[in-house]
Design a protein around this ligand. Structure first.
Ligand code: ACO
Ligand code: LMR
Length: 605
């Protein structure tokens, strides 16, 4: 059985307990972990998608999820769940994680979970061979590898207690506070700990003393063990049994606190829910005597514990079982850290050469790289390397929508603005601002509505009805000059490309059945260029393996219209340069082209 955690262990943190998470990340940084020990955070009520944390002097982003299942799906390697749910939710959160599977260890911090539920949760975890630490615990640590949340306190305290690197003691306590105290005592009298767990103060906890000691027995880093028990319960007797049956052979030091209980009348309940003796053998005194008889090193009092630790450690050192430790280099966390104002996840200009999603510009820019504008868009817009058929499709779209003559809404505006003496950028922007649901900006809407209709198995007639009820023309249907008789050859070209290179085009196939119906009513109600692009982009993303959530997010954030914006920018600039080249004077619209019907203003004085 290996150690509880390694330097590669990653956890999902349930509840955005930012302070505790930051302390874990500071610990990670100081000990020189390569990856943060927290892979993801479940924040069921939060709206953000990530949270920034410090990583040494820098900042990193950790993804936030609404639920454990999505977090686990995206971070399958995170096999520890740090359940910081309250006593009301902790049970459900643990049970859900156990059902999801893939977790080796679940730590439950909440105090006050009803005992009936704790027992159910623990039984389920045992059946699934999952280690539960807690409830009512601060957790555990494998020094130099992974530390749970607030255990050990501040970084200074952690280093003073030698919790920044592995020592040779295996420590098990119930209490978190005394865990820290003992870590310090062990640091002062020996070489620190190799692995430690505070099992929690509740009457029913997931992993008990014996579970942890048996694991430590198998961990070669642990040379001796220290058990701090307390009044109440009979778990210490299981340790005695394991020594007698030869399952535990490493030296054990142990002490049960609560010997004072005998001075009170029976049934005194100490701080922990489990700390109450219900029978003579559950008293601290009886357990200390029994443990000493079994050969465990039991001090005469808690005050004598440091001396005993030094003695056992010294003997093992003298025998050569414990070797000298080479103190590792530690990184330091700066005292003052500045939060970054902006985040960039697509390009980086800090090195010798700027990169697009990790690709130096020179690796995509020139023809010899074999990369085109479709590749650049897939890197900068989607942070992925798309297959050639998809980058070729993107490039085809950009080229196809680059211009459609001077008469279209946007080009007309750009031309008028240029003739008013405005600059290229000002004129371009007026053209771009014309792009909207009627002109060039129906791509997202087409994707959204056709996708809805197809996914809900609406017949074309039902779809038309549905849109009628919504009171909006079907985005992607209809054109001012193109019709069945005068087909839009751009659409023909895109459909031809898709037929040749797309793995399949289910949404386009559906859209064409809708077009049959709309054109039967009026022959200009064709599937237009916006509609064809929007629909084929959905087919493309589905073929590329995007999830429905990801595709919906592309649509709602306006990604599809962006293809038209990018492409038509080329054409608008062309028209603006054309105006400038021709040195065209200011434009004024002819009177004859305007219907003037101006009545005298109504007098309402
Ligand atoms: N869905 C349903 N019915 C429609 C649609 C549509 N998309 N478009 C037009 N109609 C109907 C109208 O309701 C009208 O019906 P009616 O005669 O019973 O009153 C009839 O067709 C004609 O409507 P107009 O608005 O006169 O159509 P027009 O040809 O002028 O409009 C336009 C063209 C603006 C493109 C329109 O079809 C439309 O709004 N389509 C949806 C938006 C869209 O896809 N725009 C992108 C176009 S391509 C591009 O800009 C690059
Ligand atoms: C375009 O590409 O601009 C159009 O299809 C719109 C139009 O009016 O031609």
């Amino acid at each position: 059985m290996a150690a509880l955690f390694t330097k590669e262990t990653q956890a999902i943190f349930w509840n955005n307990n930012a302070g505790a998470i930051q302390r874990m990340l500071d610990y990670d940084y100081v000990i020189g972990r390569k990856t943060p020990s927290i892979a993801a955070i479940v924040a069921p009520t939060g709206e953000s998608k990530f949270q920034k944390f410090f990583w040494g002097p820098d900042e990193i982003m950790i993804n936030l999820y609404k639920n454990t299942s999505q977090a686990k799906k995206d971070h399958p390697n995170a096999d520890v769940l740090l359940n910081f749910g309250s006593f009301r939710t902790a049970y459900d959160v643990t049970m859900e994680a156990l059902n999801l599977g893939g977790f080796k260890t679940i730590m439950v911090t909440a105090e006050g979970i009803p005992e009936r539920l704790s027992r159910k949760m623990i039984a389920e975890a045992k059946a699934k061979n999952v280690t539960v630490i807690g409830p009512a615990t601060v957790g555990g640590i494998v020094p130099g590898a992974f530390k749970i949340a607030n255990l050990g306190g501040t970084i200074e305290n952690i280093i003073n207690s030698k919790l920044h690197r592995a020592g040779s003691c295996g420590l098990v306590t119930r209490s978190g506070g005394l865990f820290n105290e003992l870590a310090n005592i062990i640091a002062l009298n020996a070489d620190g700990i190799a692995e430690g767990v505070a099992i929690g103060g509740d009457r029913f906890v997931g992993s008990v003393f014996i579970d942890n000691l048996l694991r430590m027995q198998e961990n070669p880093e642990v040379k001796y063990m220290l058990l701090l028990g307390e009044v109440g319960g009979a778990e210490e007797y299981k340790v005695i049994e394991a020594i007698k049956s030869g399952k535990l052979t490493k030296p054990i030091i142990a002490w049960c606190i609560g010997t004072i209980a005998k001075y009170y009348s029976s049934g005194v309940q100490f701080g922990h829910a489990g700390a109450s003796a219900n029978a003579e053998r559950e008293t601290a005194e009886a357990k200390n005597i029994a443990m000493a008889e079994a050969g465990i090193h039991v001090p005469s009092s808690f005050n004598d514990l440091p001396r005993l630790i030094a003695q056992v450690y010294g003997e093992l050192k003298a025998k050569g079982v414990i070797k000298d430790i080479v103190e590792p280099e530690l990184k330091t966390v700066p005292k003052i850290r500045r939060k970054k104002e902006f985040i960039c996840t697509i390009s980086d200009d800090r090195g010798d050469e700027a990169t697009y999603a990790g690709f130096p510009i020179s690796s995509v820019a020139t023809p010899d790289t074999g990369k085109g504008i479709g590749d650049v868009i897939s890197l900068l817009w989607f942070k992925k390397q798309y297959p050639k058929w998809a980058t070729d499709f993107i490039e085809t779209v950009i080229k196809t929508v680059a211009d459609h003559g001077p008469a279209v809404s946007g080009a007309h505006n750009a031309k008028v603005t240029a003739r008013a003496g405005k600059s290229v950028v000002e004129s371009l922007v007026t053209g771009l601002l014309t792009i909207g649901p009627r002109f060039g900006g129906a791509i997202d809407g087409a994707a959204e509505h056709f996708k809805y209709a197809y996914d809900n198995n609406l017949t074309p007639a039902e779809f038309l009805n549905h849109m009628k009820k919504l009171g909006i023309p079907i985005p992607g249907i209809g054109h001012r000059i193109k019709s069945l008789r005068n087909p839009d050859l751009r659409v023909v070209g895109l459909k031809k490309f898709a037929a040749e290179y797309f793995p399949s085009t289910p949404l386009l196939d559906y859209a064409l059945t809708v077009e049959q119906l709309t054109t039967s009513k009026k022959d200009n109600l064709i599937l237009n260029v916006d509609g064809t692009i929007g629909i084929l982009m959905v087919d493309m993303w589905r073929a590329l393996g995007y999830s429905e959530d990801e595709i919906n997010e592309f649509i709602s954030s306006g990604t599809l219209n962006a293809f038209f914006i990018a492409g038509r920018t080329i054409g608008f600039i062309g028209h603006v340069l054309d105006e400038k080249r021709l040195a065209m004077p200011m434009y004024r619209h002819p009177f004859e082209d305007i219907l003037y019907q101006v009545d005298m203003a109504e007098d309402i004085r």
